[in-house]
Ligand binder design. Structure first.
Ligand code: ADP
Length: 267
């Protein structure tokens, strides 16, 4: 059977004997494929009608009929949310279907400048934002996907930190030669009980706060997938009422010397 998928495990049994345990996961994997294809197809089909609805809604001017203004604003907000949701679902399906990503030179100085601009635009002056580029190295990986992962972390830091709080993005070399991009905030924090499940699709700590924040519930699932495809891992440390740190840890084989000089660490 060419479709047969087995999960093999070798377990020590005695000094001389090993046990080979084979589990048939053909059906589980087939179902997983069907789920992934279904989500990708539905998201794709929803994209065109949503673009049309969203486009026409944007053209309506609340000044033409002030009575409709609040309804129009809400419709525009919700259609924006739906569009983002469909885009995130497509991103996640695309990532789930891949086993590897292109290996490009990822220049971290411009990446950090972009993250700073994005954080400032989202925060609108409500937070103190610092960006530290201490590594002086660059990465190998996919520019597009890494940017999407880092920007999701930055957007979350802004969303889940009340006005007046601090957000610090930092890129530094680890003792073992790897490198870490971390996003730290002084926001609401995440209760320890939620941490193990926080990167699952649509998993949210507080539904009302998360919904108000305009997120889709898919951000951290995307981050986890992107990092997984880079052989990197996501470490989360958080304390309720104090804030959270999301650290993306890259192995030494993903790190290489920077050709040009790093931008100065600024605050
Ligand atoms: P969302 O679109 O809801 O932000 P994510 O997958 O990005 O979805 O995050 C999942 C949940 O994790 C959020 O709904 C929120 O409850 C929690 N979360 C993520 N980032 C932070 C953060 N920096 N501080 C506090 N909570 C966070």
């Amino acid at each position: 059977n060419p479709d047969l998928r087995l999960n093999l495990r070798l377990i020590p049994y005695s000094d001389e004997l090993w046990l080979l345990v084979a589990r048939d996961v053909t059906r589980t994997m087939r179902l997983e494929h069907m789920r992934r294809d279904f989500v990708a197809n539905v998201s794709h089909e929803l994209r065109t009608p949503l673009t049309v609805v969203h486009g026409y809604l944007e053209m309506l001017d609340p000044a033409d009929n002030p009575d409709w203004a609040p309804m129009l604003a809400e419709m525009q907000r919700q259609s924006q949310r739906m569009t983002q949701l469909v885009e995130d679902l497509l991103t996640l399906s695309r990532l789930e279907a891949r086993e590897t990503l292109p290996e490009e030179h990822v220049a971290m100085a411009p990446m950090l400048s972009t993250l700073r601009r994005e954080a400032e635009a989202l925060s609108q002056g409500k937070h103190r934002i610092t960006v530290g580029d201490e590594a002086g190295v660059d990465l190998w990986g996919s520019n597009k996907e890494l940017h999407s992962a880092f920007s999701n972390l930055v957007a979350n830091a802004v969303r889940y930190t009340p006005a007046g709080g601090e957000i610090a993005v930092r890129f530094a070399v680890d003792a073992g030669g790897g490198a870490t991009l971390s996003v730290r905030d002084s926001g609401y924090g995440i209760p320890a009980a939620h941490l193990p499940r926080i990167t699952e699709r649509f998993y949210r700590v507080s539904t009302s706060r998360s919904r108000e924040s305009g997120g889709t519930g898919l951000g951290l699932a995307i981050v986890k997938h992107v990092l997984g495809l880079h052989g990197a891992r996501l470490e989360i440390a958080s304390e309720v009422g104090k804030g959270s740190t999301f650290a993306c840890r890259f192995n030494p084989d993903r790190v290489h010397a920077r050709e040009s000089h790093p931008i100065a660490a600024t605050s």
